[in-house]
Design a protein around this ligand. Structure first.
Ligand code: KG4
Ligand code: ZN
Length: 348
């Protein structure tokens, strides 16, 4: 059945809203980024994030509905990011979604943020079919999943410590770049030379799909300290370090992605999450994956980082599969009585 769903993303520092229709595709989307709001603090301030979501969300919903030419009453459901994320920020999205849904008599679909990222390449064309291997590379995750269908995700590889995006952000800070570090570091890398400094490719030959990025960041720290001490940390050497750092991360991600395709025997690779916006990673994967007779799919740049479209898409696909009627709410068919949280006895 065709489903038209409003998606709301408020898990961190972007307010994302979109309407996705399972027959017509993405009808409209809007994003408000809080980068300027948090920049002077060098990172996301949760309370400021929540308050800004409160300010932005309702006007964005009105804009999206207008652009999509859809009355809210014509929606089949409202999807919101249920987690993981900042509690206060998530609550803003969930409150608005539930209030709207209740007033309209529609179901709410609570979407897992990572499922949104993982399915985001389905927003593009050509659209990857199932099964595919997904490389999820964001600020908090660097994982490989064997994806057989919606909700059928088998984790096959993970980082043992820092996520790739986290390594980009921390390395950017070491190089004196402003928040958000990943894109700034990638930009600096564009003017640097690879191979001038040498950095490790952690676990590239480990023979499995495990990864580690914290050692790379530490290697950069050692390099930066040494160059600071001997006075050779100038603009050029910063750019060279950035270029080699990016090269090292891309080398590892490409090697592991190819290994994941071999391990699963799957011919489609999907890349999702903020680091998926990295141009060097995209170019290298395009080349290397094609050279092995497989295909790689990326979301459009706008849908690599957090957005409402991926939440609307995941919500619509779930709603279409579950065939939930209007006004339905979710229940927990398997719920052990013993799992109820205990209530402290009143003290006398
Ligand atoms: O998926 P995302 O928007 O948020 C979550 O972590 O869920 O990913 C953000 C991460 C940050 O670590 C950011 O620095 C990184 O993605 N990132 C990039 C680029 N754009 C964003 N890293 C490398 N190159 C980029 N162009
Ligand atoms: Zn994300």
């Amino acid at each position: 059945m065709d489903m038209r769903v409003l998606g709301i993303e408020t898990s961190c520092d972007e307010t994302g809203v979109a309407i996705y229709d399972t027959a017509a595709g993405l009808l409209a989307h809007r994003l408000h980024s809080q980068i300027d709001l948090h920049a002077r603090y060098g990172g996301v301030v949760p309370e400021l994030a929540s308050r800004d979501h409160v300010r932005r969300l309702v006007p964005l919903i009105e804009e999206v509905a207008h652009e999509a030419g859809t009355r809210l009453a014509d929606l089949d459901g409202i999807a919101c990011t249920e987690g993981p994320g900042l509690a206060g920020a998530l609550l803003v999205g969930a409150s608005v979604a539930n209030a709207l849904a209740m007033s309209l008599g529609k179901p709410v679909i609570g979407v897992h943020h990572l499922e949104g990222h993982l399915l985001s390449p389905l927003l593009g064309t050509p659209r990857p079919g199932f099964p595919f291997v997904a490389l999820l590379v964001s600020g908090g995750h660097t994982q490989f999943y064997d994806v057989a269908g919606v909700g059928r995700y088998r984790l096959i590889g993970d980082t043992l410590d820092d996520a790739a995006g986290e390594a980009f952000d921390k390395t950017a800070t070491l190089l004196g770049l402003p928040y958000p570090g990943g894109p700034a570091l990638a930009k600096l890398a564009g003017s640097g030379r690879k191979g001038v400094v040498s950095l490790p490719r952690p676990m590239i030959d480990s023979g499995d799909l495990a990864m580690s990025f914290s050692g790379l960041k530490t290697a950069v720290m050692t390099l930066v300290r040494r160059r600071e001490a001997d006075g050779t940390l100038d603009a050029d050497s910063r750019a060279d370090i950035a270029a080699e750092f990016q090269h090292a991360v891309v080398d590892v991600l490409v090697a592991k992605a190819l290994a994941a395709l071999v391990a699963t025997g799957v011919k489609r690779l999907v890349v999702a999450g903020g680091v998926g916006a990295n141009r060097e990673l995209r170019a290298r994967l395009e080349y290397e994956v094609a050279a092995r007779g497989a295909s790689v799919y990326f979301p459009d740049l706008a849908f690599c980082t957090d957005n409402g479209a991926m939440i609307a898409l995941a919500g619509a696909m779930r709603l279409a599969q579950a065939d939930i009627g209007g006004g339905a709410f979710s229940v927990r068919p398997r719920w052990e009585l013993a799992s109820l949280p205990s209530v402290a006895a009143a003290s006398d």
